[in-house]
Design a protein around this ligand. Structure first.
Ligand code: DX5
Ligand code: ZN
Length: 220
C-alpha cells in the first residue's frame, strides 16, 4: 500500500452531479471512496443510504470505504457488503457487542473498521486489536462535513499507533474530519495511514490538485 492513503468523502460531492464527481475521483490519485452513512439518531444528521451508495458503486473504480454513523449497525452489515463495500467501519459507541459486529464484517468479506468518537480512549480497543483491520479516529464530532479539526484528537492518533505497535497489529489508522493540506501534517506525523477529506477536496477549485497535494504530503 502506498501511504498516505487518501479517501475523499462523497458527502461533500454535488449529489446532482454524482457521476461527474465520482469520475473525477476515479481520475485522481485518491485511493478509496469514503461513504458516510448517517441515520439521524447516532448523529444529528441524515445523509444517504443504499440507493446513493449503489449509484456511486456503478461508476467508482476504487474501493468503497463505508463509515456507518448509525445505531445497531449489525443489522445492516450484510446489506452494505452486498452493496459493494470493501471496508465497513462501525462506531465503538454504537456497538454493544463490538467483537461480534467486527467478526460479522469480516465474515461478510469486508475489512473490519472501528471508529472512535472524541471521548472514547484508545484503550477501549486494547483487548480487540486482532478483531479489526482499520481504526478511524474522529477528529471532529461526527454528523457534518466542513467542520474544523479538533487538535485534542491528534495525540490520540499517536496513542493508537503505540497501542497497535505493542499488540503487533497491522491495522491501519485513519482520521476523519477537517483534514486539509494544512491540518494533515501533524496527523501524518502522529502516525495516521489514511485520511478522509470531504470539503478540502470537493470544495477546492481544482479537486484533482487538492487530492494530489494530500497524497504527496510527507511526514516531517
Ligand atoms: C463527518 C464524516 C466525515 C466528513 C468529513 O461526520 O464522517 O467523513 O464527511 O468531511 P470534512 O472533510 O468536510 O470535514
Ligand atoms: Zn466519515
Amino acid at each position: 500500500m502506498n501511504f498516505p492513503i487518501v479517501a475523499p468523502s462523497i458527502l461533500a460531492a454535488d449529489f446532482a452531479n454524482l457521476q461527474r464527481d465520482v469520475e473525477l475521483i476515479n481520475r485522481s490519485e485518491a485511493d478509496w471512496f469514503h461513504i458516510d452513512v448517517m441515520d439521524g439518531v447516532f448523529v444529528p444528521n441524515i445523509s444517504f443510504g443504499f440507493p446513493v451508495m449503489e449509484a456511486v458503486r456503478r461508476h467508482a473504480t476504487k474501493p468503497l470505504d463505508v463509515h456507518l454513523m448509525i445505531v445497531q449497525p449489525e443489522r445492516y452489515i450484510d446489506a452494505f457488503a452486498k452493496a459493494g463495500a470493501a471496508a465497513i467501519t462501525v462506531h465503538y459507541e454504537a456497538c454493544t457487542h463490538l467483537h461480534r459486529t467486527l467478526t460479522q464484517i469480516r465474515e461478510a468479506g469486508c475489512r473490519a473498521g472501528v471508529a472512535l468518537n472524541m471521548q472514547t480512549p484508545v484503550e477501549a480497543l486494547a483487548d480487540l486489536t486482532d478483531a479489526f483491520d482499520q481504526v478511524l479516529i474522529m477528529t471532529i464530532n461526527p454528523g457534518f462535513g466542513g467542520q474544523k479539526l479538533l487538535p485534542l484528537s491528534i495525540p490520540k492518533v499517536q496513542k493508537m499507533q503505540r497501542l497497535l505497535a505493542m499488540a503487533r497489529s497491522n491495522a491501519l489508522i485513519g482520521v476523519d474530519g477537517g483534514i486539509d493540506a494544512r491540518t494533515m501534517g501533524p496527523v501524518l506525523d502522529a502516525g495516521a495511514h489514511y485520511f478522509v477529506a470531504g470539503t478540502s477536496v470537493f470544495g477546492a477549485k481544482d479537486p484533482l490538485d487538492a487530492v494530489r497535494t494530500l497524497k504527496h504530503l510527507a511526514p516531517t
